[in-house]
Write a protein that binds this ligand. Structure first.
Ligand code: TRP
Length: 362
C-alpha cells in the first residue's frame, strides 16, 4: 500500500475533472486506478457493451482496475427481491467474463462484500450538506419516477455511498455515463473536504477523481427509444440466441420508404447498430452509399446486421457456455477480487476513522 504517494497533479483542484482519451495511465510512476461499477439487475445487453464494457476492455490493460457490482444500490431499487439481486451478480459476472473482462487484470468486487465501504459512507455523510444531495439532478430525476414507499433513506444516500465506492479503493478515474457526473462532483468535494480537514492527521490525501465519458457510445433500443432496457422490452442481450437475435432485428424500427426511394442511412436505427458492430467496414460503407441513392430495401440492411451480430455474439456465447459449465469459476472470481479490494478499503477506512477521531478499542 502506498497511501502517501499520490502525485500532486491528482490533488490539484484546477485540473479538469474530465479525463481526456489518451492521457497517460501513469503519473510520475504512479499507476492510476480505475473504479467503476454497475447495479446488478438482470442480464447485460448490447447497450451495456457499447456504453461501458467496450471501454473497460481497453482500460483493463492500462490501468489498475476495480469493477464493482453495486448490489447495495440494486437492493435499494429492489428491496423486495434480494434473490434476484444475488442471482444478477452471477449473471453480470458471467457477461463480463464472456466479453473478455479478465479477472487477472481487474478486481471484480461485490460492493457488500466490502462492509468497510458502508463504514466510509457513514463517515462521509458528515461531510455532505443535505442540500447538496437535494440538488443532485440525477438523483432528483430518479426520485421523480419512484413511488413514495420506494424513496428510502438508503436511496437518497446512494451518491455518498458511490463516493465511498470510489475513494475507498483509492480510485482516481471513473469511466461512466454523463448521468454520473454529479456523483463524481460530490466525490471530489468529499475528497477535498477530507484532505483539508483531516489529511494531515490521516497521513494521506485522496486523489480528486476524474470522470471519463469520452468514447462512451449510446445505443438506442430496438424500437428507437433512446434507452435500452429489459423493462422497455427493446434490448438485445449478450446471452440471446441466434434465433432470438434474428427476431429482434427483424422487428427493429426501420424506414417505411419504398425500395427505389433514396434513403438516409445517417438517421436510421439499424445503421447505428451497424456502425457499432459491423466488422466488415467496407461492406457497411458500400451498403450506406447504395441505400442513400435508392434501390436497397430494409430487409437487406437487417440481414447484414443479423450476420454481423452473429459474428460478434458467437464467441461471446461460446465463452459464456464455458463459464456456465463451471459455476465455481464465478464464485472464485468474485471472492478473489472482493478480498483484494477489501484489503485496501480496510486500511483506508481505518485511517479515516482515526483521522476523524472515532474511538478505537482494539
Ligand atoms: N450508481 C451506479 C449506477 O447505477 C453504479 C455505481 C455504484 C458506480 N458505485 C459506483 C459507478 C462507483 C461508478 C463508480 O450506474
Amino acid at each position: 500500500m502506498s497511501l502517501s504517494e499520490i502525485p500532486s497533479e491528482l490533488l490539484d483542484e484546477k485540473k479538469s475533472m474530465d479525463y481526456k482519451n489518451g492521457d497517460p495511465s501513469k503519473i510520475d510512476g504512479y499507476q492510476r486506478r480505475i473504479l467503476t461499477g454497475m447495479r446488478p439487475s438482470g442480464n447485460l445487453h448490447l447497450g451495456h457493451y457499447v456504453g461501458a464494457l467496450k471501454n473497460w476492455l481497453d482500460f483493463q490493460d492500462k490501468f489498475d482496475c476495480t469493477f464493482l457490482l453495486a448490489d447495495l444500490h440494486a437492493l435499494a431499487d429492489h428491496m423486495e427481491k434480494p434473490d434476484f439481486v444475488r442471482q444478477s451478480i452471477r449473471n453480470v459476472v458471467g457477461d463480463w467474463l464472456s466479453v473478455g473482462i479478465d479477472p487477472e487484470k481487474a478486481n471484480f468486487t461485490v460492493q457488500t462484500g466490502v462492509p468497510e465501504l458502508e463504514n466510509l459512507t457513514v463517515l462521509f455523510e458528515t461531510l455532505v450538506p443535505l442540500s447538496v444531495l437535494q440538488r443532485n439532478p440525477t438523483l432528483k430525476a430518479e426520485l421523480a419516477r419512484m413511488e413514495e414507499g420506494q424513496k428510502t433513506v438508503s436511496f437518497h444516500n446512494y451518491p455518498v455511498s458511490e463516493a465511498a465506492d470510489i475513494l475507498g479503493p483509492l480510485g482516481d478515474l471513473v469511466p461512466a455515463g454523463d448521468d454520473q457526473r454529479p456523483m463524481i462532483e460530490l466525490t471530489r468535494s468529499i475528497a477535498r473536504r477530507f484532505n483539508t480537514q483531516f489529511g494531515k492527521e490521516a497521513g494521506f490525501k485522496f486523489a480528486l477523481p476524474q470522470i471519463y465519458t469520452g468514447t462512451h457510445g449510446r445505443l438506442s433500443g430496438t424500437d428507437g427509444n433512446e434507452k435500452m432496457g429489459k423493462t422497455l422490452n427493446n434490448a438485445i442481450f449478450l446471452t440471446d440466441s441466434t434465433d432470438v437475435v434474428r427476431k429482434k432485428v427483424r422487428s427493429m424500427k426501420s424506414s417505411t420508404k419504398g425500395l427505389q426511394d433514396p434513403g438516409n442511412s445517417d438517421a436510421h436505427l439499424v445503421f447505428t447498430y451497424l456502425d457499432a458492430f459491423a466488422s466488415d467496414r467496407e461492406r457497411l460503407k458500400d451498403l450506406k452509399a447504395r441505400y442513400d441513392v435508392g434501390g436497397v430495401g430494409e430487409g437487406e440492411v437487417k440481414k447484414f446486421l443479423e450476420e454481423e451480430l452473429e459474428i460478434f455474439l458467437r464467441p461471446i456465447r461460446e465463452k459464456r457456455a464455458e463459464v456456465d459449465a463451471n459455476p465455481q469459476l464465478i464464485e472464485d472470481t468474485i471472492a478473489t477480487g472482493t478480498k483484494r479490494t477489501r484489503l485496501i478499503v480496510a486500511e483506508v477506512s481505518d485511517r479515516v476513522r482515526h483521522a476523524m477521531g472515532l474511538f478505537n478499542a482494539r
